[in-house]
Design a protein around this ligand. Structure first.
Ligand code: PXP
Length: 242
């Protein structure tokens, strides 16, 4: 039986390191502890401005990660070249704006540049995921562009209150169903936390969750091992996917 997989995003560990210009805390150490605690994969976002994860991190992680290395990046020539040389297991293409604090919206799934980037990554043997808003036309366009996976943006669900939350959950479920119907694998992420993750993990078709902030924030108080195990327990509490 399969279960919903957890990929831990360790960018925030690098953020603390960069804040002091030191060599620690090291996201490579964090990744190892996450894997020992049962994480199914490690996610890092190599941003164009290198504000947290830097090239050295992804190089070492490629050698040390024993599960799955998911490299998040913008679909630029520079990043595609780095990925094709590095060969992460999976590349998640995200929109990137310099001023933003974190990835804000889903990718605009259009244009020759994006299609070429997907093709180059696929030709290099890398699975390609597109981080998209949970909208049927965007999911269909992702399949048309040759993506293998869509990561559904859960930000609106996480921010929704009251009755809006059920609507957002339904939006995610409809998008996940559309993705499966188009032979896409389905992941989800952004803003997921211990109290709100279970409903998303229970959506049919969702195989994988990318979670960063909530886990690293909890790790400050309970340690990384505990924080990862607690998230895994929360996600997998009776939730399986086919
Ligand atoms: N998925 C994608 C594509 C992201 O860009 C991010 C944020 O880096 C995440 C998931 C994780 O979001 P959070 O840190 O809110 O868990």
């Amino acid at each position: 039986m399969n279960y919903v997989r957890l990929h831990v995003n360790v960018d925030h560990v690098a953020t603390v390191r960069q804040a002091r210009g030191e060599s620690y805390p090291d996201p490579v150490w964090a990744a190892a502890v996450c894997e020992l605690a049962g994480a199914d994969g490690i996610t890092v976002h190599l941003r164009e401005d290198r504000r947290h994860i830097v090239d050295r991190d992804v190089r070492i992680l490629r050698e040390t990660v024993r599960t799955v290395l998911n490299l998040e990046m913008a679909a630029t020539d520079e990043m595609v070249e780095i990925a094709c040389n590095l060969k992460p297991d999976l590349c998640t293409l995200v929109p990137e704006k310099r001023e933003e604090r974190t990835t804000e919206g889903g990718l605009a799934v259009e244009g020759e540049t994006l299609e070429k980037s997907i093709k180059k990554l696929s030709d290099a043997g890398i699975a390609v995921s597109l981080f998209v808003d949970p909208e049927v036309p965007v999911v269909r366009a992702s399949a048309g562009m040759g993506a293998d996976i869509v990561e559904l943006h859960t930000g609106d669900y996480c921010n929704a209150r009251g009755g809006e939350r059920a609507k957002e959950l339904n939006r995610l479920a409809v998008a996940a169903e559309e993705a499966m119907g188009n032979d896409l694998r389905v992941a989800a992420g952004h803003g997921l936390d211990y109290p709100n993750v279970k409903e998303v993990a229970a959506i049919p078709g969702i195989e994988e969750l990318n979670i960063g902030h909530a886990i690293i924030a909890r790790a400050l108080f309970s340690g990384m091992d505990r924080a990862v195990r607690d998230m895994i327990d929360t996600i997998r509490d009776g939730v399986f996917c086919a």
